[in-house]
Design a protein. Structure first.
Length: 762
């Protein structure tokens, strides 16, 4: 009834035999228990069911328990008498919990963050987080080796601690708490610019976000990303919260969304522009999706809203993979681009709409972008209301004129392709937002320390420059430090008015916080001008540097979550075993791991007094192992405690590992199969490709086919004569992509046939 089982599960067995009478008998075997057990099935009308108990025990014939070890393939076989045939099915014993690695948190702004990590097997995704206790939980559905969880509704300028957790298909759980110290990230102070993005559920949209982020970094802008459920619809709010509290809102429509703007989002845009907002909206099919009768999302109401809401009339959908967009002479947002900016589709058919300002709006609309199609098409609209909108104090721009820029093409397609900073593309964004805001935010640059520098002193000069817009001055500046590559930040120094640097006290001698050693240090400079309204510019040092100060490393390494294990599993009391684990000092001082140890008992022994493990090449993340002699364990359940020491002399927290120990016995595992078998596909479910392992007890002809749920042959994977032994076949997308769904694999040999399910994912 499943593809994989844990060591202590109960296996469900079904036989379909239209001319058999209850009860039936099947035989079950495993490499650990090759003699096997008989299982009785009962039923009627050709359908018979039974259960098989499996356990990590020593084989005991006729005890109705099949002995298994982690990694076994169990085989259940049924011999039909009429007609004479034998059919079998296989499943895998896979009890090891997932190993978690590459845990990172990316703050998307003042109220959201993206937590990502990897596992070595398909597993679920969960984040426990909180500013004081880890009382909040966020999940992402499905099983995968790569994990992404979006955290929303966070507080601005707040440090959150978090753990990640993954559960595999068998229910084995791994939680990474960084050895009990917990990882952390810091949300940004509330920004003055918001980027509204669609959900970040695909790598394509993640790349689109990276394109925007790289431009923001080049411009020294702090931008809040509003995405996921927060973006559809977003909270409009007022002067203190919601989109109305931002100096500018950039709205990236979903490139694959129809309509490009949902009905609920339309209402939010109406509220913003009726309250004095400054809005830049971007998308290649905004007009087509709302106003073209050929669009799957067209309605007359949406067509009317495009004219009244976005002050734009749609004329046609433009095609063409590569061309140019041209600014208009004298236009305050696009005059610098009259010579043209090249354009490449961010995906096929992501080109532009031919639009013009709608008539009879309560403002003045102007064409500010055209393309080089024949005839020339206008693809951008700039609009400003005739009169002030909203009331003073009700929104950031309450009581002032609303401004709207519509790019009816993908801004991300301008300039060079890819997410990296593209000067032409970034310049287009800068000029657009300059017009929306009325003046430029300050430009800030950090000149010292330098990326890649290794600092061993306790006092470090921090140097920078801050340039306000013409006619304005710097009102204040703050400098922040991150010791984990930008996930969390600590205020280092703040100062009113302009200056060019200060001395950073790493040891906290002058009363500030001490700086821990790290190889992943970043500095961030935030400069605020004296404009009305005041605008902030922000820059982060373009590359990490290292702190290697004597006495600066005070935290020890931890075991990589899920890496500790014994093999074989379970351990037999009369046989030797191997204990393995990985330890890491990353984000805890970044010193090489040089020593590891283990102990056994209800609690760990004092650090430094355990039995030694052999550490491989010393590194920030290092592997350790030790051979455990026969007789090291008592029969039953035992707990091993593992810990490691870094080169700075710090022992980390001990990690517990529960180990099952069986009594003495004989386990026979042959090199060649005694019977034909078809193993459960790996991985299953699969995306892209899966490995099919099968075995032949004697030479013969084999055919393996993939069938749909109606029994129709979808694809033949293998057909021909093979020698005895274990073989492999591969199932992949092939020339025709395999559609997502449930399929059956059927292997036919000269004497029997085998079936197993396999699930294909998108």
């Amino acid at each position: 009834d499943r593809f994989d089982y844990a060591l202590g599960d109960t296996v469900g067995v079904e036989v379909l035999d239209g001319n058999a009478a209850s009860p039936l008998t099947v035989t079950a075997s495993s490499p650990t228990d090759p003699w096997g057990e008989s299982v009785t099935l009962t039923g009627s009308n050709g359908v018979f069911h039974g259960t098989l108990v499996i356990a990590p025990s020593i084989p005991n014939p006729s005890d109705h328990v099949l002995a298994v070890s982690s990694g076994d393939a169990i085989t259940v076989a049924y011999a039909d008498h009429s007609p004479a045939a034998t059919v079998s099915a296989q499943a895998t014993i896979h009890s090891r919990a997932p190993t978690i690695s590459n845990v990172m948190a990316q703050t998307l702004g003042s109220t959201s963050a993206l937590v990502t990590w990897s596992t070595d097997q398909p597993a679920s995704s969960r984040v426990s987080f909180g500013s004081t206790v880890l009382g909040s939980i966020a999940d992402s559905s499905g099983y995968s080796n790569t994990h992404t969880v979006l955290l929303t509704h966070l507080l601005p300028n707040t440090t959150y601690r978090y753990d990640v957790e993954s559960v595999n298909l068998l229910g084995s759980v791994t939680r990474d708490s960084l050895g009990g110290t917990h990882r952390s990230f810091t949300t940004r102070p509330k920004a003055q610019i918001a980027l509204v993005m669609p959900h970040l559920s695909s790598s394509f949209l993640a790349t689109l976000l990276a394109t925007w982020s790289n431009a923001f970094k080049a411009l020294s802008w702090n931008v809040d990303v509003v995405t996921g459920g927060d973006a559809d619809p977003p909270v409009v709010g007022n002067a203190s919260a919601g989109l109305a509290s931002y100096a500018a809102v950039i709205w990236q429509c979903d490139p694959d969304g129809y309509p490009a703007i949902s009905d609920a989002q339309r209402t939010a845009i109406d509220s913003l522009l009726n309250g004095g907002a400054r809005l830049l909206i971007v998308g290649h099919d905004i007009g087509f999706s709302l106003s073209d009768a050929a669009s799957p999302s067209y309605t007359q109401e949406r067509e009317l809203w495009l004219e009244t809401g976005l002050k734009t009339r749609y004329y046609s959908d433009v095609y063409g993979p590569n061309f140019h967009f041209y600014g208009q002479p004298g236009d305050p947002a696009t005059n610098d681009f009259v010579p043209g900016v090249s354009y490449q589709e961010i995906r096929e058919y992501a080109t532009s709409d031919n639009v013009r300002p709608a008539p009879n709006t309560d403002g003045i609309g102007t064409v500010d972008w055209i393309d080089d199609q024949s005839p020339l098409d206008s693809t951008g609209v700039r609009w400003e209301s005739n009169a002030p909108k909203g009331s003073p104090g009700s929104a950031f721009w309450g009581g002032q004129k609303s401004r709207l820029l519509g790019m009816f093409f993908e801004w991300a397609g301008l300039g060079v392709s890819g997410a990296a900073h593209s000067p032409p593309r970034t310049a287009v964004l800068e000029h657009a937002v300059d017009w929306l805001l009325g003046h430029k935010p300050p430009v800030a640059t950090i000149t010292s320390p330098a990326p890649g520098q290794s600092i061993t002193d306790s006092f470090v000069p921090v140097l920078y420059s801050m340039t306000p817009d013409s006619g304005l001055a710097i009102a204040s500046r703050s400098v922040y430090a991150s010791y984990d590559g930008g996930a969390s930040w600590t205020l280092v120094d703040t100062h009113p008015g302009p200056d060019s640097g200060f001395i950073w006290d790493l040891g906290g001698v002058l009363g500030g916080p001490a700086a821990p050693n790290s190889q992943h240090v970043l500095l961030k400079l935030v400069a605020t001008d004296n404009g009305a309204p005041a605008l902030r510019g922000e820059t982060t040092l373009d590359g990490e540097f290292a702190l290697n100060r004597s006495g600066g490393d005070t935290r020890g390494p931890v075991a990589v979550a899920g890496s500790a294990r014994v093999t074989p599993e379970p351990v037999r009391a009369d046989s030797s075993a191997t204990l393995l684990a990985s330890f890491s000092d990353a984000t805890l001082g970044d010193s090489p791991v040089v020593q590891a140890e283990y102990s056994m008992g209800p609690s760990p022994v004092a650090a430094g007094s355990g039995a030694a493990m052999v550490v491989g090449t010393p590194a920030v993340t290092a592997n350790a192992s030790v051979a455990l002699a026969a007789g090291s364990f008592s029969v039953g359940s035992s707990t091993l405690w593992l810990r490691a020491r870094d080169q700075a002399g710090n022992w980390g927290q001990a990690t517990g590992l529960s180990v099952t120990v069986n009594s003495a016995g004989v386990v026979a595992i042959g090199d060649a199969p005694h019977v034909d078998f078809l193993a459960a596909p790996q991985p299953n479910p699969f995306r892209g490709s899966a490995q099919i392992r099968f075995g032949l007890a004697r030479p013969g002809t084999v055919e393996i086919g993939l069938y749909d749920l109606r029994g129709r042959l979808v694809r033949t994977l293998l057909s021909g004569a093979l020698a005895p032994g274990v073989h492999n076949a591969r199932l992949d997308g092939g020339r025709e992509k395999l559609r997502a769904g449930v399929y059956f694999l059927r292997m036919t040999t000269s004497g029997s046939s085998f079936n197993t399910k396999i699930v294909a994912l998108e």
